[in-house]
Design a protein around this ligand. Structure first.
Ligand SMILES: Cc1ncc(COP(=O)(O)O)c(C=O)c1O
Length: 412
């Protein structure tokens, strides 16, 4: 069995399902010589290798006026922002290993500037512009197709089964589409889905992984912390079994850190190595690494779980029941495994009403400073507004305003 020793640990690569990484990585990327800096090998002592400024930051926001005192003392300059960050974010990866029990080595973890950077890198690594394709399963997160368009990569669409808000994969149709489009290098799955809020069935995802498909399957778990607050439902440990599986997570949602931009990908070490050599050398900033490290200690993880339990309580015991009492709310679509719900607005006969949903969305945002997302144009989401669970106060404001505007619509 092959082994790699890319960072500070050595690990067997995934057991495998016949997947051959070299055959699908773009040859220019496979042959890429990674940018290397002296700091990859030496990070202590008198550091005069990277043309930094040893007197430190000029701004008082991050440190006191340096008064021409060297910035090397971590006591007076704890953030050490005059230094480039660790290119591999090793301290954060060590903490992530504790959070995701099934992940065995930092070599199975990639850190990006949000999941959005990971999405872009995967497309750039695998898809030859003007030739290759990705497969998406609408309704789904919009960035997959945006990144494909930016990179001149085709998009194959196999909709979810949207009947009765099931929002599950149509695996047979996906496999047919892959057979018809042999240049499909990436399959993007989102679980829990955006905008569906619904978890995909693990057995369906494993069917694709066991089908002999030779591309990469990505499961975007941006909302997984909301689904797994009682039991760990992440598919991340499956990267030990499938060398062509990538599981993406983010600190933007459950951890409440959208501003720091930290996305995580779990994958086979050989794929992580390719992501590492393709990314910009210092993609994740020191500030982000510092905040992320602090957010992944035991206390912060306990706090994250407590906050999520509270948000779920607000969702299930207030927001959803109150929405269902409103006139012209026909139901909640999907299974609500995330920190948002899809509320369907209907006409007087109970049919999805895009016009009214869009009017309500616009009126609330333009005239009442309450912003939700209109999703009525997405497949299976006709008449739907996607509403994030906010604080108790925010949810109450939302319900009161929706009640007022929908009652007016009924009276018309
Ligand atoms: C499904 C999904 N994936 C990824 C992202 C982007 O996450 P990040 O903030 O880590 O770039 C979002 C953000 O809304 C999302 O909904």
């Amino acid at each position: 069995m092959p082994t790699t020793a890319t960072t500070d640990a050595v690990i067997d690569t995934a057991v495998g399902n016949g997947f051959d990484l070299k055959s699908i990585v773009r040859p220019n990327i496979w042959n890429l010589e990674a940018y290397r800096c002296a700091r990859d090998d030496f990070s202590e002592g008198i550091l005069l290798d990277a043309n930094e400024n040893s007197y430190g930051p000029v701004t008082g926001i991050v440190a006191g006026d340096h008064g021409l005192q060297p910035a090397t003392d971590p006591q007076t300059n704890p953030l050490q922002l005059h230094r480039y960050p660790d290119p591999l974010g090793r301290s954060v990866k060590q903490r992530l290993l504790k959070l995701r029990q099934g992940i065995r080595s930092p070599d199975q973890i990639f850190l990006g500037v949000g999941s959005d950077e990971v999405i872009d890198l995967l497309v750039r690594i695998l898809c030859v512009p003007g030739q290759d394709e990705i497969l998406i399963t609408p309704p789904t997160y919009g960035m997959y197709k945006v990144v494909a368009a930016v990179n001149d990569v085709g998009v194959v669409r196999v909709p979810l089964d949207v009947e009765d808000g099931r929002f599950q994969l149509q695996v047979d149709k996906m496999l047919e589409a892959i057979a018809l489009h042999p240049n499909t290098k990436l399959v993007w799955l989102c679980s829990p889905g955006n905008p569906t809020a619904t978890r995909l069935e693990t057995r369906d995802i494993e069917r694709i992984l066991n089908s002999g498909y030779r591309g990469v399957v990505v499961v975007d778990e941006a909302y997984i912390d909301f689904a797994s607050y009682e039991e760990d439902l992440s598919l991340a440990p499956l990267v030990n079994k499938y060398p062509n599986l990538v599981v993406m997570q983010t600190l933007s949602k459950g951890f409440g850190l959208a501003g720091i931009r930290l996305g995580v990908a779990f994958a086979d070490p050989r794929l992580v190595e390719i992501l590492n050599k393709t990314k910009a050398p210092y993609n994740v900033s020191s500030l982000t690494l510092k905040v992320a490290e602090g957010s992944l200690d035991d206390k912060s993880i306990a706090n994250m779980r407590r906050t999520i339990a509270h948000l779920i309580k607000l969702r299930d015991e207030y927001l959803v029941p109150e929405l269902l009492k409103l006139p012209r709310v026909g139901g909640i679509v999907g299974t609500s495994s995330a920190n948002f719900v899809l509320a369907r607005i209907v006409d007087k006969d109970g049919n999805p009403d895009n016009e009214l949903a869009h009017h309500i969305y616009n009126d609330m945002a333009s005239n009442h400073s309450i912003v939700v997302r209109y999703r009525g144009n997405e497949l299976g989401c006709e008449g739907c507004l996607r509403i994030t669970v906010g604080t108790e106060y925010e949810n109450q404001c939302l319900i009161a305003k929706l009640r007022e505007l929908l009652s007016k619509a009924v009276d018309k």
